[in-house]
Design a protein around this ligand. Structure first.
Ligand code: NAD
Length: 339
């Protein structure tokens, strides 16, 4: 099969990971061009990978030598960039979330996806490609833990990432802790259970990082979700874990529990000293989900070659955004919000 000619739009914390994977590890992709506003990012890619660079994303998309684009820019730009790319006849892999709010271009983005069934669209909820979550889903679906009663999920970035997050959320609207962080676990819960929440009560604070209040961010957000069958989920998103990147999930069923990554261990090393027994921890999301990031892109490229739709759809993105937005509204108003 012919290689898929690719452009990468956005070369920041995650865009650079996607770009390097595509160039070095995905043989079926041929990276032709990259876009960023940051000249240092463009220079790095030009020098190390010899790829054409753009500071105008539309010019990159209009390049006839591009079949597919990866959109890895700040979230508020996902709708306009996706619409432009699809209307120009390009396949789109778009990072999560689909956008910041439904009424800020997301409905137009949905229309463009629906108007172009001939083009592959896939959303970057990469946790669905993680081996542990895939096994957890299989166990749930095989009935190994019975009926699900409760799900608890932690998604907490390390304190060491606070500076880069503060810059990201100052330069752009991140969406806030529910739309930016908890949305991953919202997607996983929908994927594991096939159920949609009907109500949320959510809260947030900035105790661990008061400076975030000035840019309208909660450092920690806690969402309680109630589902129509009575199932309950608690999601905790945050940016303050002292030990590392803490991503943990527990599914409690009538006949057993599943826990994924109860401690974010980096590897098999344990250090025994007079300070005690220490297990090194993962320090960032790229480390925890490196294989999932790689596998989602391999699958997307294969789907483009086979003229198939993406595995994670626009509808998945919209449903997750509606839930995350309801959590945000609840935390802002202090009220129980119907979803
Ligand atoms: P970043 O700020 O590190 O990088 C953003 C990139 O977009 C940079 O190359 C920058 O030059 C470019 N850019 C910035 N402002 C722009 C503008 N106004 N117009 C055009 N380009 C602009 O961002 P990031 O942390 O890499 O996040 C990018 C996206 O990826 C976000 O939507 C985020 O939610 C998502 N993300 C997903 C995951 C995941 O786990 N799947 C992890 C991190 C980020």
């Amino acid at each position: 099969m012919e290689k898929v000619k690719v452009g990468v739009i956005g070369l920041g914390r995650l865009g650079m990971v996607h770009m390097e994977h595509l160039v070095t590890q995905i043989g079926e992709a041929d990276v032709k061009a990259v876009f960023a506003l940051d000249q240092a990012q463009l220079d790095y890619v030009k020098q190390n990978f010899g790829v054409a660079t753009y500071t105008d994303y539309k010019a990159l998309i209009d390049n006839e030598d591009i079949d597919a684009v990866f959109i890895v820019t700040p979230t508020g730009l996902h709708p306009e960039m996706t619409v432009y790319a699809l209307n120009a006849g390009k396949h789109v892999f778009c990072e999560k979330p689909v956008g910041l709010r439904l009424d800020e271009g997301v409905r137009e983005m949905e229309r463009a996806v629906n108007d172009h069934p001939e083009l592959t669209f896939q959303l970057g909820f990469m946790r669905r490609y993680d081996a542990s979550y895939k096994q957890a889903k299989e166990l749930v679906q095989a009935g190994k833990i019975g009926d699900i009663i409760y799900i608890r999920a932690y998604g907490i970035d390390p304190i060491s990432g606070m500076e880069s997050f503060t810059k990201f959320a100052t330069d752009n609207d991140s969406g806030g802790v529910f739309v930016d962080m908890c949305i991953h676990d919202i997607d996983l819960i929908r994927w594991f259970t096939g159920l949609e929440p009907v109500e949320t009560w959510s809260l947030g604070n900035t105790i661990a990082a008061p400076h975030l209040e000035r840019i309208g961010e909660f450092e920690t957000g806690v969402a309680t979700l109630r589902f129509a069958n009575g199932m309950v989920a608690t999601l905790i998103g945050g940016r303050h874990a002292a030990h590392g990147s803490h991503v943990e999930l527990e599914i409690m069923g009538s006949h057993g529990w599943i826990r994924v990554a109860q401690e974010p261990e980096k590897n098999f090393v344990t250090l025994f000293t007079d300070a005690g027994v220490v297990r090194p921890c993962m320090q960032g999301f790229p480390e925890r989900f490196m294989q999932a990031f790689l596998d989602e892109k391999k699958d997307f490229i294969k789907r483009v070659q086979e003229k198939k739709q993406g595995s994670i759809t626009m509808e998945d993105g919209i449903r997750a955004l509606v839930i995350a937005d309801a959590c945000k509204e609840s935390a802002a108003t202090g009220k129980l919000v119907n979803i």
